[in-house]
Design a protein around this ligand. Structure first.
Ligand code: IMP
Length: 438
């Protein structure tokens, strides 16, 4: 096996950044396939904290090529700030490449994101980064792609055309139009710096796959924020699901060998939308404080709730997940009893899947199973046998219910606080990752 997708199995923030960092060192290429700087990945390694929003965390490994795929929408200013910051912190980095097909996010996208959100009766709670409007332009075949952005003779007329249209919209809402000369100058400077990184990445990825190189496809956000498979309209505008790796990088569907789904040992969500196991009480607060559940991008407190196994099982099926990466089990220490959701009741009937219609999903009542908790701190555990029996039972139940083995367990933010349980689920039998003693 040489290709691996890392997908968020819930509503995002499952600690994919840490996992891409841990597994990225084994890869030749790490390519991100969806989203923009609405995502926030924190990686703690060698006593330093790195924050990523656009660049795949794999760039921390100097031998790795880190790619921004065509399924992404990229804010040039954010990208350059992130690159400069990471270089200053780390020194030597992997190579950076950007797909010519990725779309560029401009200031008018952010203005329109705000105006749309203000107008909505049921707020999505977007990250205000202009993500939705940038994807709207892509779908409308009006967007400016990286390939055009870095060619001045193409960029100038396209930017003039698009900005004139956007300014008409902005003025309709009574807001001040954006100045072409000022913005064009600023963005041309960004384009100049970004040009050396922009290339055709589809062939690069396909050739790497053909040559048996290890390619890691990094998802952003989570499965239930997917435009099609998520809780529409409370979703992002890209494709965080594993299918997005195919659309967003140009790899063929038969060339994906392994899909690992990252999930927390509980559930969180940022922004609006249904969340059946949400805890609006002191337990929810306790999880939020202990788990430092505050958004990396917006600083908003995340909504917290019990583990929803119906949601997770649905996610395993949607993404063809062959191994789970369970994170943040340590946060659940200290509860006498834990609840896990094993079914939903909708209009008096039991459901064992996530209904597609969001207004139905909003009305489901969770069915819980009580399981015994544990009091021990888990962060010093380095193998399963260091965990209390109740924690091991909790993991066993997750595997049994979802029918999916746990490949990796994370019990803290550091690289070292990771147990590799089933390396064959990652890169196959040839995996070079050392197994923790189980
Ligand atoms: P947008 O992607 O900024 O349009 O936001 C759409 C929805 O996705 C909002 O509910 C956001 O809170 C959520 N969202 C976007 N990116 C992330 C993420 O990285 N983690 C968690 N939620 C996110």
């Amino acid at each position: 096996m040489s290709t691996l997708v890392i997908v968020g199995a819930q509503w995002g923030d499952e600690a994919k950044g840490k996992m891409v960092d841990v597994l990225g060192g084994e890869a030749d290429i790490v390519v991100r396939y969806s989203g923009g700087n609405n995502a926030g990945h924190t990686v703690i390694t060698d006593g330093k904290e790195y924050k990523f929003q656009l660049i795949p965390a794999g760039i921390l490994h100097p031998n790795v090529t880190a790619i921004l795929g065509g399924g992404m929408v990229v804010c040039p200013k954010g990208l350059l700030e992130e690159l400069d910051r990471t270089k200053a912190q780390k020194g030597e980095l992997g190579q950076l490449k950007i797909s010519s097909a990725a779309h560029v996010v401009f200031p008018y996208h952010r203005v329109l994101d705000r105006l749309e959100e203000e107008h909505r009766e049921h707020k999505i709670g977007t990250t205000s980064r202009g993500i939705g409007p940038a994807y709207q332009d892509k779908v409308a075949r009006f967007g400016i792609r990286m390939g055009e952005f870095v060619r001045p003779e193409r960029f100038e007329p396209r930017f003039r055309e698009v900005l004139a249209f956007k300014n008409r919209l902005i003025k309709m809402f009574g807001e001040a139009p954006l100045d072409f000369d000022e913005l064009y100058k600023e963005y041309s400077e960004y384009a100049e710096r970004i040009r050396p990184f922009v290339t055709d990445i589809e062939v690069l990825v396909q050739d790497a796959v053909q040559d048996g190189k290890r390619v890691l496809f990094e998802g952003a956000q989570g499965t239930f924020l997917d435009l099609d498979s998520g809780t529409y309209p409370f979703v992002t505008s890209g494709h965080p699901t594993a299918g997005g790796a195919v659309i967003g990088t140009g790899v063929g569907p038969r060339n994906i060998d392994s899909v690992l789904g990252v999930c927390k040992a509980y559930t969180t969500r940022v922004g609006g939308g249904p969340f059946p196991t949400e805890l609006l009480d002191s337990i929810g607060e306790q999880i939020r404080e202990k788990g430092k559940e505050y958004g990396t991008v917006t600083g908003r407190g995340r909504r917290c709730g019990w583990l929803d196994l119906v949601l997770l099982k649905h996610s395993c099926r949607l993404n063809s997940i062959n191994g789970l990466i369970v994170t943040r089990l340590d946060v659940l220490s200290g509860f006498e009893t834990l609840k896990v959701c094993t079914g939903y009741i909708l209009d008096g009937k039991k459901l064992d899947y996530v209904p597609t219609e969001t207004s139905d999903f909003e009305r489901v009542e969770p069915v819980y199973k009580d399981v015994p908790g544990w009091s021990q701190d888990l962060r010093s555990a380095r193998s399963l046998k260091d965990l209390p029996k109740e924690a091991r039972d909790y993991l066993d139940f997750m595997e049994e219910f979802t029918g999916t083995p746990i490949a990796i367990l994370s019990i803290g933010p550091d690289r070292e606080e990771t147990m590799i349980l089933r390396p064959e689920q990652i890169w196959g039998q040839e995996s070079r990752i050392p197994v923790s003693v189980v």
